[in-house]
Design a protein. Sequence first.
Length: 285
Amino acid sequence: MNTLGWHRLHPYKRMLYYDIICYLSQGKRKFLSIPIADTKYGFIDQSLGAHLARTIMVEELGYLFRTCAPTSDTSDYRKAIVEDNVLLKKTAGTRVESYRRLRQLYGLTPSVFVYKTMRELWDATDRGQPLIALLCALARDPILRCATDLMIETPEGKTLTAKTFEAVIEKQFPGRLSPKTQASTAQNVASSWTQSGHLQGKVEKTRHRIETEPVVVAYALLLAYLTGVRGDALFESDWLKILDTPTHTARAFAQQAAQQGWLEYRHSGQVTDITFRHFLSEEKP
C-alpha cells in the first residue's frame, strides 16, 4: 500500500492493518510443533484440513455423542449422520459432507488415539467440552492450528476481524488458497475460536479470556506429552498457553486431574514428572 493510500484510510482501518503488519513481521514460528513420528497418535501436520469448509462443530459433536456410544466406529457415526440424520441436516449432500468433515477433523474411531482420549474425556465434563473439541481439532487441522500464536498473543478485549485471520492463513500457506476460499476459511477459523470461548462477537471478534477445568488441562498436558514435551516444560507449551491459565493454576488443575485418575503428577523441589498410565498403558510414548 502506498503512503497516500495509507493516509486516506479510516483511522480504525489504519490501526487494523498496522496490527496485522506487526503480527506478520514477527517472523514465522512453528506453532504447536508436531514431530512427524507423533502422527501415529492421530496428529496431522500435512493436509490443509476441514476448516476449508467447516468449523469445529461443537454443537454437532454434542448431538452425535449423545446418540453414539464412546466405542462407536466410523461406520456407526456414518449411519447416525447420513442415514439417521441425528445432526438434523436438510439434504443428503449436507449429511454426507458433515460426516466427511467431522471424520477428517476428529477421526471418529478409537484407532485414532487423540480422538479416543478426547471422546473419553468428553463425557467427564459439560462446560469443558468446547475446549476439548478445540484441542483435538488443533492436533488434526493445520489451518486451525496456524491461528494459535494469534490467540495466545492477542490480549483480552482486543478486536480481531476476518482480515486478521486471512493474513495469518496467507502467511502460513502462501498462495495455496484462492482469495474466495481464503476468506471463507478465515471465517470458519474465527468461528471455531468463538465456539471454544476465546472470541466473542459476530462480525468483529473480541478476545475473551476463557476458564478451564482439570479434565481439559489433563487433555492439553497429554497432547503436549505426546509431542515429546516432558516435566516443567509441559506447563510452558502452547497446548497449555492456549487455555489462558496461569502456571500455578494449571499445576493445581493437574493435581486435581491426578486425583481423578487421568494422570500421575509428581512434583518435588524444581522437578516435575507427569505420566499418563490411564491412557498410555497399551501405548509406547
